[in-house]
Design a protein around this ligand. Sequence first.
Ligand code: DGP
Length: 113
Amino acid sequence: MSDCLFCKIIAGDIPSAKVFEDETVYAFRDINPMAPVHVLVVPKCHIASANEVTGENASVVADIFKAIPKIAAAEGLTNGYRVITNCGEDGCQSVKHLHFHLLGGKKLPDQMG
Ligand code: DGP
């Protein structure tokens, strides 16, 4: 998608601090980190949100969850971490390209806002 921020990051048109890349997955540091480690893990193909995951494109979600333990290990998250995806208006999703926040590096708060 030509007007999608994360598609531009994946294409290299907008710079990012890449931490992982394979055929289907790209991961980079969040510009506004909420934890000592805050990585965004995204599919290279444009999927707008978790609500647009279908039988056709769901394999990339498995690819993302295969990548996450590798990224967590590389980031030294030996004591655990959190994975979050915000979806739609009520989920406060600001970028309309499916992404998973990988957060860790400290004990995270146990309640949701
Ligand atoms: P969400 O609110 O779940 O849609 O999260 C979007 C995240 O994307 C938010 O934590 C900030 C991050 N973000 C927004 N613009 C950029 C950018 O240009 N570069 C990077 N690295 N992260 C960005």
